[in-house]
Design a protein around this ligand. Structure first.
Ligand code: VG1
Ligand code: CO
Length: 545
């Protein structure tokens, strides 16, 4: 065996977005495409002598192939040890957990997360650093710069590693250890939550359905819910990760998880429903006749954290992405702890968690997590809710209604315009930007609201002072209503424009209005302000969550 140096040429566009590099499988299949990106990543990491790397993915099409390539390249780069999930499988939160537990230098996650998979779908590569969290922007920009200057990559001339048998193998002088993808993660969950109370709840007849959407949360949910917690077999459905997710779109919102929503609205609904995405870092929480908005879920988790063993000593702070609703802000205020508002993407939470100033983090896009790892965590969020239900004896509906009664309700909805012409999308954002000064200076109420703030969100990291500009256009009203516009950084087709609407309603007698109805005025206002019809030819969003 030997290490080979293969001459290559840069590919355009290998720039990581909100969460890693995401492209169509066809693009990733071009000869040298994966190799170039991985070499650029290893060049950014630098010396790997004596270091450990973690590798695994969500099982989608190309997962196994990419793992084999990365193992041979990691050996060529001189890693002492690589921990790889059995079958090439590791969820994003499990990678984060394993990196931290074994003191690895970092980990590579093979996933395009909530994007569809299969030969015609998307693939992705993300890198997480030694704290277990997504590489920060400075790091991913350095990878990108390397991809544009690359001339060769290095790879061991070795055969395939057996990914299905647990234990140690070797490429050159690098130890390749195939590990159980679930064990370390499950052990961590057992330390955070009151498993006895949740087990007792299942024993007394509590019923739930967890829809793994044929993605990677399946093995984790099965081992923890049906295994450790004794939920009846069949509680977890679509539990086997498939290369094309069985045609499911593993983005756990009420639109894609329609089957789960229908069940939860039916006469035979179980007590609790949940779903997770491709790489198991997102969560959808559903009760009988109610899907919990992710922004509300963050607030409710924060307000009830004292009921959960791992959080009994209190929260240091809460962080949420800017477009996420301000429901958690009210809880932070009541608890007397700080609230941090960051740009979209989990990488911005890492510094706050490392510095010990925030304990819980959340995004409106079905992502919730804490300082137990450095990623959002789907199964963790589901266990948190189970723990709350077990500790209070309440239903999901009662927990949510009680929360609104105490704090008021932040009506919230996101409208996505997918696969819009890229140029038109940029122009739409420029147009909005040009309107900001006028909006700021206008004392006249628009649609019944008076503008308090209109800007292009800029974030200064309180820990390292790094500045991130142009993170979303926001229009904040004096009464707490908000409209936010931003372009997606994870899409792979044209541009996706996201519009986020929020309205605060303190009056409990109005808490049961349908969301789209409550937000109707703001929705029309946002649509008109952005000139959607004229600029994109769209008269309605493609997805409403
Ligand atoms: C989206 C979400 C963002 C999330 C990101 C990655 O990004 O809005 O909140 O962190 O996906 O999630 P964007 O740039 O498309 O809006 V995942 O589970 O796909 O890694
Ligand atoms: Co994900």
């Amino acid at each position: 065996m030997s290490i080979q140096t293969i001459v290559t040429q840069p590919f355009a566009g290998q720039r990581p977005g909100t969460s890693g590099l995401r492209k169509k499988v066809a693009e990733f299949s071009r000869p040298g495409y994966i190799e170039n990106f991985v070499q650029a990543l290893f060049d950014t990491i630098g010396d790997a002598t004596g270091q450990t790397l973690v590798v695994g993915g969500d099982g989608r099409y190309l997962n196994r192939h990419a793992v084999q390539v990365i193992l041979r390249m990691a050996a060529a780069h001189g890693f002492a040890r690589v921990l790889v999930g059995q079958g090439g499988i590791l969820s994003t939160p499990a990678v984060s957990c394993v990196i931290r537990k074994y003191g690895a230098l970092g980990g590579i996650v093979l996933s395009a997360s909530h994007n569809p998979g299969g030969p015609d779908g998307d693939f992705g590569i993300k890198y997480n650093i030694a704290n277990g969290g997504p590489a920060p922007e400075k790091f991913t920009e350095a990878i990108y710069a390397n991809t544009q200057a690359i001339a060769a990559y290095r790879i061991a001339d070795a055969g395939e590693i057996d990914l299905d048998t647990l234990g140690a193998q070797r490429i050159e002088s690098t130890a390749i250890e195939v590990i159980d993808p679930v064990a370390d993660y499950a052990e961590l969950m057992g330390r955070l939550f009151d498993f006895d109370a949740i087990r007792a709840m299942f024993q007394s007849g509590f019923r739930m359905r967890f829809d793994a959407m044929s993605a990677v949360s399946g093995p984790y949910a099965k081992a923890i819910l049906e295994g450790a917690l004794g939920a009846p077999e069949g509680t977890v459905v679509n539990a086997v990760p498939l290369e094309d997710f069985g045609g499911h779109h593993p983005d756990p919102n009420p639109v894609n998880a329609a089957e789960l929503i229908t069940l939860m609205d039916s006469d035979d609904a179980p007590d609790f429903g949940a779903a997770s995405d491709g790489d198991a870092d997102r969560n959808l929480i559903v009760g009988r006749n109610i899907a919990v908005t992710p922004s509300d879920s963050l607030a409710i988790i924060a307000a009830n954290a004292h009921l959960v063993p791992g959080y009994r000593n209190g929260l240091k702070g809460i962080a949420r992405s800017m477009p996420t609703s301000c429901a958690a802000d009210r809880v932070a205020k009541a608890l007397g702890i700080p609230l941090y508002e960051t740009p979209t993407g989990w990488k911005y939470f890492g510094n706050l968690l490392d510095a010990g100033v925030a304990t819980l983090c959340g995004e409106e896009s079905y992502g919730t997590g804490s300082d137990h790892i450095r990623e959002k965590d789907g199964v963790w969020a589901v266990l948190f809710w189970l723990n709350i239900l077990a500790a209070t004896g309440k239903t999901v509906g009662q927990v949510v209604a009680g929360h609104w009664a105490e704090y008021g309700r932040n009506f919230y909805s996101r409208h996505d315009y997918e696969a819009v012409d890229a140029k038109a999308a940029v122009e739409l954002m420029d147009h909005l930007r040009s309107k900001l000064p006028g909006l700021r200076e206008s004392p006249v109420p628009i649609s019944g609201h008076v503008v308090e703030l209109a800007d292009d969100f800029e974030y200064t990291d309180p820990v390292d002072g790094g500045v991130s500009r142009s993170q979303g256009i926001r229009i904040v009203m004096r009464d707490g209503a908000r409209i936010v516009f931003r372009l997606s950084g994870t899409g792979t087709e044209g541009a996706t424009i996201r519009v986020y609407h929020e309205l605060y309603e303190p009056d409990p007698s109005r808490h049961n209005q349908p969301t789209q109805e409550a937000l109707a005025g703001l929705i029309i206002l946002a649509y008109d302000l952005a000139e959607f019809q004229a600029r994109t030819g769209r008269d309605k969003p493609t997805v409403i969550t």
